[in-house]
Design a protein around this ligand. Structure first.
Ligand code: SAH
Length: 259
């Protein structure tokens, strides 16, 4: 599906930006780069900025006109640093990412078109696009570096593609995720923990049974919010046991000193 999506760079001046765009694309799993009349290409600078993405540069198609770059496409997105140059269906990168993936999934050939560093895309070029995409940057400083703009759009394509494929966008370690319901401490285990906690707090003189000041209720509320797993409960119980031992040792020491 991702191979149905091409990135088109129009009249790029700085070869470094071509390399940066190639790298951005490869990071996001895209591979088809089309260059319309690049000022300097190929070049060492492009290779250097591409890092390991030189295969994308090697396979890049160089053409003379935007028309050639868009041959076979059924859906074209044109990017613009200024919003609303001409009234046109306008999307933000997230919306365009969703649309790109939806249509590419149905076999559409899609182009994401990026303009010149100094002057962007011409009105004529923008009018060849079905949608305009504007990255909602600060209007006072709206123009992103070309390769950075490619990164933003291709990132949104990737996020939307991952979601469509049902692939996770992150792999959370089990310990960080909430425990599964069958791993949670049960009510009776919690009850025994609260008893143990209370005994320990009394033993270390933190809780005065004569003046409990809702301490246990507050602690219950705290642990109740925490979805404590059985394994975590065992750690807490272990800490309480050791605390009790240490408190007993301290008591014996004090008694001996009294003698
Ligand atoms: N002075 C030019 C800036 C071009 S920046 C102008 O006003 O149009 C080079 C290219 O990067 C743009 O043609 C566009 O493809 C992309 N780009 C930069 N900033 C962008 C933004 N905020 N939204 C969408 N595309 C952007």
């Amino acid at each position: 599906m991702l191979q149905n999506i091409r990135v088109v760079l129009v009249n790029t001046s700085h070869p470094g930006n071509i390399g940066g765009a190639a790298r951005a694309m490869k990071n996001m799993g895209l591979s088809r780069l089309v260059l319309v009349e690049p000022r300097i290409f190929p070049s060492h600078e492009a290779d250097a900025r591409a890092s390991g993405a030189t295969d994308i540069l090697e396979n890049a198609q160089v053409v003379a006109t935007l028309e050639e770059a868009l041959a076979g496409c059924t859906l074209v997105f044109g990017t613009s640093a200024r919003d609303r140059r001409i009234p046109w269906p306008l999307l933000d990168p997230r919306e365009s990412g969703l649309k790109v993936v939806e249509e590419a999934g149905q076999g559409a050939q899609i182009a994401l078109v990026f303009g010149r560093e100094d002057s962007g895309l011409t009105n004529d070029e923008l009018q060849r696009c079905h949608f305009h995409v504007h990255i909602p940057s600060d209007p006072e400083f709206s123009s992103l570096n070309l390769a950075t703009a490619v990164q933003v759009l291709t990132y949104e394509v990737r996020m939307s593609w991952l979601a469509a494929e049902g692939r996770p966008s992150k792999v959370e370690k089990d310990e960080v995720a909430s425990p599964r319901s069958d791993e949670l401490a049960t009510m009776d285990e919690l009850e025994r923990f609260y008893e143990h906690l209370q005994q320990t707090l009394v033993a270390i003189d933190f809780l005065d049974p004569e003046k409990p000041r809702h301490l246990m209720a507050r602690l219950r509320r705290l642990y109740g919010r925490s979805s404590v797993s059985r394994a975590e409960m065992n750690i807490l119980r272990g800490i309480l046991t050791e605390t009790q031992k240490a408190a007993r040792g301290e008591l014996i020491k004090r008694k001996n000193e009294d003698v």
